[in-house]
Design a protein around this ligand. Structure first.
Ligand code: FAD
Length: 333
């Protein structure tokens, strides 16, 4: 059985879960207001925070706009034994139809600076689009391959996002993290165990606060042109951005070779004819599961199982999900 890293991570993040300690909604909400200085929302639809447009309500929801707010919110959740999960743009996640029994924190912490030592420091809630725009303004090249990938820098570093054989982790200099014990620390990029769609963050449960890059000087015109070409290429190969999905559903089988790309295997296995409830395989790209309007997480997962089964039978290849499923009760032991 493939490991569901989403469940393991959620469990790792909730070691302190102690059901019952915080059963009283109004008491947790008032604690939160005192500790964080901002009001907490309750019963927020996670579908609204997911590019899949799927997911039931989170018991508690908060959008952090400052690092101190994030640090305090997480410290309180740990202290009170409330399960939590930090999200960015929600573009690589499948939320549970039952939502999330605990606190979902959306990372809205955005600041990008060019530091004196020629280092670009980006706070993890900034979107890749905002960061690339800043790189163009400051004439710093190298990350153009990320153009068109939605979501935040935090989500991109977590999953070592990339395209065209390049990944964000290869360009990082170091990262500032909030550890699971609430400590902030800096780690050089070499310690982050980056590999294809993987990083140490998937195992440690640490939260990325800031990523720092050292990039070469570039010509903004050339950078703009390269990014436009990448985006145009995506528009040809992928379903339009208006279609609800979370990007490629499965990782390419390792080592990623063209003939072994998940989309190729899926297409040969007849994936494009398949659907389940409101979830169907995109007719444009066999590795995109799309929400045709009323899909549930159960529909998506049932379709994904069928796709895996077809590829397993036909090619003996075990596909692994790239999209992360967050179960409602990922509350640990
Ligand atoms: C149309 C489309 C095209 C896409 N194309 C690509 C592509 O070409 N290449 C690619 O790699 N991906 C692609 N994706 C997937 C997705 O956009 C990326 O994985 C993106 O980097 C996710 O960022 P996010 O902020 O949305 O993360 P989210 O979906 O919000 O979160 C993903 C995971 O990251 C964790 N996380 C988020 N922020 C932090 C943080 N600050 N610290 C620690 N953990 C954090 C979350 O807990 C969660 O487990 C695509 C998605 C879509 C919808």
């Amino acid at each position: 059985m493939p490991i569901n890293k989403g469940i393991i991570l959620a469990q790792a993040r909730n070691l302190y879960y102690n059901p019952g300690m915080c059963a009283d909604v109004s008491s947790f909400s008032s604690h939160f207001l005192r500790a964080v200085g901002q009001p907490l929302q309750t019963g927020v639809s996670l579908a609204r925070h997911s590019s899949f447009q799927i997911g039931g309500p989170a018991d508690y929801f908060f959008e952090a706009r400052k690092t101190e707010e994030l640090v305090r919110a997480l410290a309180l959740a740990r202290r009170e034994g409330v399960p939590y999960h930090v999200i960015g743009g929600g573009t690589n996640l499948l939320f549970d139809d039952r939502g999330f029994r605990g606190l979902v924190i959306k990372n809205g912490i955005k600041e990008i600076r060019l530091c004196e030592d020629d280092v670009l420091a980006v706070q993890s809630g900034s979107t890749l689009k905002e960061f690339l725009q800043f790189c163009v303004e400051k004439k710093r090249q190298g990350l153009e391959f990320l153009a068109g990938i939605p979501g935040t820098v935090g989500g991109a570093v977590y999953g070592n996002a990339g395209a065209f054989g390049q990944c964000i982790g290869s360009f990082l200099f170091d990262v500032r993290l909030l550890s699971i014990s609430g400590r902030t620390l800096t780690r050089p990029a070499e310690e982050m165990e980056f590999s294809y769609r993987d990083s140490l963050l998937k195992r440690s449960g640490d939260i990325l606060l800031e990523a720092r890059f050292r990039l070469k000087e570039g010509d903004p015109e050339v950078m703009r042109r390269t990014m436009s070409e990448h985006i145009a290429g995506r528009e040809k190969k992928h379903p339009p951005y208006t279609v609800a999905s979370a990007g490629s559903y499965f990782k390419n089988p390792f080592p990623p070779r063209k003939q072994a790309a998940a989309a190729v295997l899926l297409e040969k296995a007849g994936a494009k004819e398949l659907k389940h409830g409101g979830a169907s395989v995109s007719p444009i790209h066999a590795n995109f599961i799309v929400n045709t309007g009323h899909a549930t997480a159960a529909d998506v997962r049932a379709l994904a199982e069928e796709l895996k089964e077809r590829v397993r039978k036909r090619f003996g290849v075990e596909l692994e999900e790239e999209v992360i499923y967050l179960p409602a009760d990922s509350s640990g032991p």
